[in-house]
Design a protein around this ligand. Structure first.
Ligand code: UD1
Ligand code: CA
Length: 453
């Protein structure tokens, strides 16, 4: 049966003590609500209805480009009231899956299981047993059949002893839901319209109510404060680390790697401790990544070695390249195969040709460096005159001596040599030597100054 989704995300999240709406706090680098929408998009929902209240502008820009119906809940009068805000988008002949915006670790497989249960009954509830169910809605069963949910604040002592709780996620028919929503009241301990009251209504109509369960209770754990946020973050990171290892990656320490986004890996990748992967990163076969590296939105081809403490952002590293230690590849840096960048080398909008090397203390910006060229220690492409950026072009097999400044725009020909310490301000033809430094004088019999009394 076709189904639409309602995501409840209007709560203030006061306990986060934040100017950011709670559901926009990231888990694994992705705002919680976006993570849930991503999960839902992998299912086959006809529509996603997002009930929001606080931080509308921030929320809309975070979820930009997604097919979402925006349902404003001006006042937060309870979860039932929240679902009412989406009622115009709910079709009678479709199922409705209700999700909570602050439980970001829910897995698609679990939601599929919930849908499968609904296919065999009238209302499917995702429930879980918790060692400490304090604060949660309790699942009331009679002869094993679910007959109601009672909120913690409304529960008797005996009901509070029940450890099976409502996760807030459920599926039911659109027509049923709409009929039950109209009948909700706010006569309870919190003066709220509880969505959970529909369960007793369903039971009293003789509807069949069944439960499904997540594999891990962490999937349904909500975030109310930053302590819980951190716990969910660690949980997600441990799941991701396991998935990487299962896919053929060796992690020096699975508790010391963070993936904040999407990391795809080849086989036999080794990742040392304290590496952080941000955004979309792809890493080919046999890549070795040393400790303390940060890789963001980049591609690392097979056989590359990224040495310790290197930072790579929006760059591409070719096959069998070596980077670092202590290298920084900024946006637009492209290393072609077998090229090499060593310690304290920074690249930005620059291409290092096949087999070319810049091994020490160098800045390459707005530059194209031909294959097999050697860039000596301390070389600077002077790409900025304070107003405009200009390009440096270096041909194949050029040799740039140490401590040279290449003042752009400038071209160094193929096979050309630049003497160490040169300040190159005009083009160097192919195979020429450019010497652009002051001439050495040797002064004979030099007496060193003595210390003044
Ligand atoms: C709710 C359930 C409880 C369940 C728990 C699971 C009800 C009455 N209770 O309780 O049975 O065990 O979730 O976490 O449903 N929201 C709105 N508008 C509102 C109120 C809430 O959008 O007016 C959203 C919140 O942003 C949140 C979700 O609904 O994403 C749950 O709200 P919350 O206040 O956390 O409900 P609980 O009291 O925890
Ligand atoms: Ca909650």
């Amino acid at each position: 049966m076709a189904f639409s989704v309602v995501v409840l995300a209007a709560g203030k999240g006061t306990r986060m003590k934040s100017s950011l709406p709670k559901v926009l706090h990231p888990v694994g680098g992705v705002p919680m609500v976006q993570r849930i929408i991503n999960t839902v998009e992998s299912l086959d929902a006809t529509a996603v209805n997002l009930v929001y209240g606080h931080g509308a502008d921030q929320l809309q820009s975070a979820v930009e480009g997604r097919q979402v119906n925006w349902c404003l809940q001006k006042e937060q009068l309870g979860t039932g009231h929240a679902v009412m805000q989406a009622v115009d988008y709910i079709a009678d002949d479709e199922d409705v899956m209700i999700l909570v915006g602050d439980a970001p670790l829910i897995r698609a497989e679990t939601l599929e299981r919930l849908i499968a249960v609904k296919a065999k009954c009238d209302l499917a509830l995702l429930t879980v047993h918790l060692d400490d169910p304090t604060g949660m809605g309790r699942i009331i069963r009679k002869d094993d059949n679910i007959v109601a949910i009672v909120e913690h604040k409304d529960a008797t002592e005996a009901q509070r002893a029940i450890t099976e709780i409502n996760t807030g996620m459920m599926v039911m028919g659109g027509k049923d839901l709409k009929r039950w929503l109209v009948a909700l009241t706010n006569e309870n301990a919190q003066g709220e319209y509880y969505l959970t009251d529909v369960i007793a209504m369903a039971a009293s109509e003789g509807k069949r109510i069944q439960s499904a369960h997540p594999d891990s209770p962490m999937e349904v754990e909500g975030v109310n404060n930053r302590v819980q946020l951190a716990r969910l973050e660690r949980t997600l990171q441990s799941w991701q680390a396991e998935a990487l290892m299962t896919a053929g990656v060796t992690l020096a320490d699975p508790t010391r790697v963070d993936v904040r986004g999407h990391l795809t890996t080849g086989q036999d990748v080794f990742v040392d401790v304290n590496c952080v992967f941000i955004g979309n990163v792809s890493v080919g076969d046999n890549v070795v990544i040393g400790p303390n590296c940060v890789l963001q939105d980049c591609e690392i081809a097979s056989g590359a070695v990224i040495e310790a403490n290197s930072i790579i952002e929006s760059a591409s590293v070719g096959e069998d390249c070596t980077v670092g230690p202590y290298a920084r590849l900024r946006p637009g840096a492209v290393m072609e195969r077998k090229s090499k960048v060593g310690n304290f080398v920074e690249m930005k909008k620059a291409t290092l040709g096949e087999g070319a090397k810049a091994n020490h203390l160098t800045y390459l910006g707005d530059a194209v460096i031909g294959a097999n060229s050697n860039i000596g220690a301390g070389t600077i492409t002077c790409n900025y005159d304070g107003v405009n950026k200009s390009k440096t072009l270096i041909g194949e097999s050029a040799f740039i001596g140490s401590n040279s400044a290449l003042v752009a725009p400038v071209e160094i020909g193929a096979g050309a040599t630049v003497a160490a310490g040169s300040i190159v301000t005009s083009n160097v033809p192919d195979n020429h030597l450019a010497v652009a430094r002051s001439k050495q004088r040797n002064i004979a019999g030099w007496t060193r100054p003595t210390k003044k009394a």
